[in-house]
Each structure stands twice: as C-alpha cells, then as structure tokens.
Design a protein around this ligand. Structure first.
Ligand code: PR8
Length: 470
C-alpha cells in the first residue's frame, strides 16, 4: 500500500467518515461525521443546480430490454451490471438491472414527457446510489461498487447548439461547485476511446491526489441524438414537424468527498473547508479547579452567540477528558477553527484561536459586539487560503514537455500531469500512452495555433494532458 493509500484508509477510519468493514466488496457504511460532510457538500451542489434544474427520483431497477436498447451504451456497461433475477423463489421472466447510471431508466420516460418544442429545454437531476461491478482494484470512495453519492443531471434540448451551450454551462456549474470546496481541477476533453459509452464527446474534471496520481472527479457528456433515436424522444416543432431531441448528461460521485480529503489533508489528518465541515468551530474550555463554572458559562454563551449571530455550526466540547486529547481529535477530524477559553483569558478579555489550515494559534480580543463578525472573517479567510494553497499545489504539479523522453522522465520523477502538443490521432495517442506508460487524460478545450505533435510531427491543435490516473 502506498503512503497516501495508508494515510487515506487510516483517516477514513479515525475521522469516522466511513466504515469499510461491511461484508460486501466495494460497499461501505457512511458514519455520522462522514454523513455530515456528505450532506453539506450535497447542499452546496443542490443550491447551485436548483436554480435551473428540477430534482426527480427514478427507480433503482431497469428492465433488461431497456438497458439493452442502446447498443454502444450497453456494451460499455455490460461487464459492470448487477442483475436481479428472482422475486423471492420465482425466476423473473425479465431480468432487472441495478442502475449503473440512469440513461436507460430515464429516457423511455422522457420519450413520454417530451411532446412539444415548448416542453424544452428540460433539465432534471437526481442524487441516488448506483451500482457498478468494478473489476479494477476497488478503493473506498474512489472506486466503489455501490456509488452512494451519484449525482446525475440529464438535459433535453431542441438543437445541437443548445446542447453545446449546456455542456459549457455544466462545466461552469462544476467549476463553481469545486471552487466552493477548494478543490483545484483541470478540465479536458477525453480522447475518443475514453468517452462515456453512447456520448459524442466527454469533458472531464480531474484533480491530483497527494501521491501524484490524478482522480477524475466529474464528467459532462454531450449525447447528441444517439439516445433520442434509440428511445424515440421527439418533439413537435413550431411548424408541426417531428424532430429528435439533443441531450446532455453530467455526473459526480463519492469521489468529490475523496478529493476533499486527499487534496486538503495533511499529517495531522483531515482539514475541511468551513462550508462542508460537520462543525465549523469547536469551543474547548480549559478548566482548573478555580473559576471552572465561569469558563463553562462563558463558553455556552459564546456557542449560542456564534450560532445565532453568525449562523455557524458550533460544538461546545465540555467532555470530561484532557484538553490535549480534544485538540488532537478535532485537528484530526479537520474542524477549521478551535477556540480555547481559560480563566485567565476571561480576565484579560481574550480568547485563543487555532486555525486547522495554517496550524496557527492566535490570541484575539474578545469584544461581545464584534466576536461573531471576527470569527466569520476568519472562516472566510480559511476558505480562501485553503483554495489558494490547493490550487498552487496543482499548478506546481503540471509540467509542460517538448519530447516523449522528457515526458517519461518527469513522470517517473514527479508524477502529476505533463502537457504537450498532440495531433489527436488515435494511433499516435495510443503510441504515446505505450511509450510513456501513462494515460492521456484529454485535450484542453481552447485551441492552440502553429504547433506540432511531439510524437509524429503532424500539426496539433490542442494542448494535451497526460497523467497516471486512479
Ligand atoms: C455517467 N450518466 O454515468 P460517468 N466509483 C466512484 N466514482 C465513479 C465510479 C466508481 N466505481 N465510476 C464512475 N465514477 C453519466 C453522467 C449520468 C451522469 C464517477 O458518467 O460514468 C466518474 O469519475 O462518467 C464520474 O465523475 C461520475 O462518477 C459519473 O460517471
């Protein structure tokens, strides 16, 4: 197990994120701390999506004939589908698949719902569990067989231009979301051999984990009319003709939580952005024999104040254990700010703050009329600094190269991402992957003029990203 893998597994257990001992491979139990992080993360996402998407909920089971209808799609998933074959003791006359994703559950219904051009665009999303019988090595939150946090959006449009625009909008939505979590990313168009089964093209978000490998954390797919033709999703135009619709879909998974943990964590454990931390502030009383009651009273008031005035998630830790043990625990769990209060601080009208991200202690003035504002400002600064630091780490891990040899060198020395010019041809791309022994992530969306492929000298239009991936 690599150093990072070991750290990651330990932290999932120690910080009580998930319990990996559930007796089905690739399926885990969310624990209360992890569940809170998941809930706050999803709330951020929902808030963004709810502006112009509707939330729906489709059944888990998909009839075999619907799943099989779209040939390329089913080919892409056939080795990963779990099947329900029996109802009690009776063998079902039609097998039912546990959804690996929901195109084939949703689109037969879309075919009933879309009638007229005025019904379009339609933008739906759901947050559900999906099942994929992964044959590659499974890893908690990173490659699971039950994806418990599968956010899938599906949109339907009248024209190809509108789907293009929707792909760009979805990229913007995900950027906004990852920025809020302070997760840095690259955005690239996947090579045609790595696109979503049934899509015209796939745009993906990747981040770098501490071991230098990239993790795909989100995808946006332009589906064109492939599924519309398979599932007969048509609309009547203003002039009375019937046309097939155009579609997009985009998804995120448990990997968003894995990336928060991996990207922000350090030797002391988790470090959570305030927006998703189970508690944003923990108050720890330092109690000696004398003056204990006043300290407790002060802490309780401070807790109430911060909850009411600053709308923060605050935990007053008055457990009867050593303060040092509490410090260790909250640091490991990644709580952004700790406030320590002892009898002397009360006398001096001061409190001590400890920032998890910078590991810095500070003594600040306690002014009851200003404390909520002060703590809110600290929270904002924590969010900003965490995002900047993580962004810098990613930038430092992207290296541009001019030759295949250089790419090999950098990969073996540092890992991370290397960028170069590539012609875009499948054969040449496969040759590059073979030579450097890592995968082409994809090409940047913007075009580049006057460049040539580092492998075959043909003209190249885009900068390509290459990385060892999860
Ligand atoms: C779609 N259909 O399904 P996608 N464990 C954790 N995360 C995973 C796993 C896994 N085993 N497999 C994939 N992901 C489209 C879009 C509806 C929504 C992650 O797309 O197959 C991927 O990295 O690309 C991706 O970020 C997301 O799930 C969507 O999966």
């Amino acid at each position: 197990m690599s150093e990072f893998s070991e750290w990651f597994h330990n932290i999932l257990e120690e910080a009580e994120i998930i319990d990996t001992r559930y007796p089905v491979k690739g399926m885990h139990v969310w624990l209360p701390q992890g569940f809170k992080i998941r809930k706050h993360t999803l709330n951020i996402l929902k808030e963004i999506l709810d502006k112009d998407h509707e939330e729906v909920l489709f059944p888990l089971l998909i009839p075999e004939d619907e799943l099989a209808k779209e040939a390329i799609h089913v080919k892409g998933f056939e080795e990963e589908v779990y099947w329900v074959t029996h109802g009690g003791l009776t063998e079902l006359n039609k097998k039912l698949a546990l959804r690996p994703t929901s195109e084939t559950a949703m689109y037969p219904m879309f075919s009933l719902w879309v009638r007229n051009h005025s019904d379009l665009p339609m933008k739906y999303y759901q947050i559900v569990n999906t099942f994929r019988y992964e044959t590659k090595h499974t890893r908690p939150l990173i490659r699971v067989r039950e994806i418990t946090t599968f956010k899938e959006a599906h949109t339907v449009h009248a024209t190809a231009e509108e789907t293009e625009k929707q792909v760009q909008d979805a990229v913007k939505i995900y950027k906004q979301f990852f920025d809020k979590l302070g997760i840095p990313y690259t955005v690239s168009k996947r090579p045609e051999w790595d696109k979503f089964p049934g899509a015209e093209y796939t745009v993906a978000f990747d981040t770098i984990m501490p071991d230098g490998k990239t993790l795909q954390i989100g995808t946006v797919h332009n589906l064109g009319q492939t599924f519309a033709k398979t599932f007969d999703i048509t609309y009547e135009t203003a002039t009375g003709e019937h046309e097939y619709v155009y579609q997009t879909c985009y998804g995120l998974s448990d990997r968003i939580i894995a990336s928060v943990i991996g990207v922000h964590g350090d030797k002391a454990g988790l470090s959570l952005p305030p927006d998703i931390a189970p508690y944003q502030v923990v108050i720890v009383p330092i109690i000696f024999k004398k003056g204990g009651e006043e300290v407790i009273e002060f802490c309780k008031n401070l807790e109430e104040k911060l909850k009411l005035e600053a709308n923060l998630r605050v935990y007053f830790d008055d457990r009867d254990i050593r303060a040092g043990k509490k410090y260790y625990e909250w640091e490991m769990r990644g709580i952004p700010l700790r406030i320590e209060v002892g009898p002397r601080d009360l006398q001096n009208k001061k409190v001590v703050t400890f920032r998890r991200d910078t590991q810095e202690k500070e003594i600040i003035d306690f002014d009851p009329s200003k404390i909520s504002e002060t703590i809110t400002e600290i929270m904002d600064d924590v969010s900003l600094k965490m995002k900047d630091n993580a962004g810098e780490k990613l930038e430092n891990n992207i290296r541009s190269v001019d030759s295949i040899e250089e790419a090999e060198d950098i990969m073996s020395q540092y890992g991370g991402i290397v960028t170069f010019d590539w012609c875009g041809d499948r054969e040449c791309g496969k040759d590059i992957e073979e030579k450097v022994k890592v995968d082409i992530l994809g090409v940047q969306l913007s075009e580049k003029e006057n460049s040539t492929c580092i492998n075959c000298d043909k003209p190249s239009k885009h900068i390509t990203l290459l990385a060892k991936t999860y």
